[in-house]
Design a protein. Structure first.
Length: 290
């Protein structure tokens, strides 16, 4: 399909925002419609730093991709992030807290090397921004941590998680995210990825799943239904709160009716929901939410 043949974009959805709406429609509203700032958490910022180290590890020649090399990258990557976001220094009250946090990050990097040998890998892409427009006009977008392409052309989609492998409920949400990426890649290139791989650096578990066209068509129907639900909420102004264990990590309890709060009035001028956001990723919530 040529650019002139593509349908007009009616909206934009990423796996994280789709996950927000499935978790709690009111959370989606607070983040997308109200755009209420959230405090970064130590876990989310640690995830950003560890992801950055693993991305830059593959800049090294294959023989140099060792545990020591990864650990040597950690503090420079933390310093680089601090230069971009000086407010992150407020995450730690003492040097001891910072040292403990860095020790946890080192443990995740060391655990990564028990899960695979990066000296034997040559990723095709890292931190890849992808987007595709469905026939309905819904634009799907997101960042893929890593794409591995075999000589046969088979594609493996890899996502690093800096938490531990979740319960069945949260694993389903993580796999939805991976199917979302697989759907975008399928629509872009016409080939279903051979393998989706979630790597949980918190406890060393790997979850693998092989999708097929039926899976991805079902995922497409699901994201279309989610978008219709979002549109209905926009039209009616009804954004229901949904209590769950993830409320423990939410910054918005004070204005959530489930916790005795009152949401602010819906903004008169709504933000555009049809423009893709290509800005670099920034941590906003704990890795428990994916």
């Amino acid at each position: 399909m040529t650019p002139s043949e593509q349908p007009q974009v009616i909206g934009t959805l990423s796996p994280s925002r789709a996950g927000d709406f499935m978790t709690c429609p009111l959370l989606y509203r607070f983040r997308v419609i109200d755009q209420i700032p959230e405090k970064p958490s130590r876990a989310a910022v640690r995830g950003t730093v560890v992801h950055s180290v693993l991305e830059r590890l593959f800049d090294l020649p294959a023989p140099g991709r060792t545990v020591g090399a990864a650990l040597d990258l950690l503090e420079p990557e933390w310093d680089r992030l601090l230069a971009e976001e000086p407010a992150y220094t407020d995450l730690f009250e003492t040097e001891e807290e910072l040292r403990g946090w860095l020790t946890e990050a080192r443990g995740m990097l060391e655990r990564y090397f028990t899960m695979e040998d990066p000296r034997r890998l040559e990723p095709s892409q890292r931190e890849l921004y992808v987007e595709a427009v469905l026939d309905s006009g819904l634009l799907l977008r997101g960042y893929v941590d890593r794409l591995d392409v075999a000589p046969s052309g088979d594609v493996r989609v890899v996502d690093y998680k800096t938490g531990s492998a979740p319960s069945r409920e949260f694993e389903a949400k993580a796999l939805f995210q991976m199917r979302f990426y697989a759907l975008v890649l399928w629509r872009l290139h016409g080939r279903v990825p051979r393998l989706l791989q979630l790597m949980y650096l918190g406890n060393g578990e790997i979850v693998r799943y092989s999708p097929d066209e039926a899976d991805l068509r079902a995922t497409e129907r699901k994201v279309e239904a989610l978008w219709e639900a979002i549109r209905r909420a926009l039209d009616t102004g009804e954004w229901r709160a949904r209590r769950s264990r993830l409320c423990d990590w939410c910054d918005h309890q004070e204005i959530c009716p489930e916790w005795g709060g009152t949401p602010p009035p819906i903004p008169e001028r709504l933000p555009s929901l049809t423009q893709p956001n290509r800005s670099s990723r920034r941590p906003v919530v704990a890795d428990a939410a994916g």
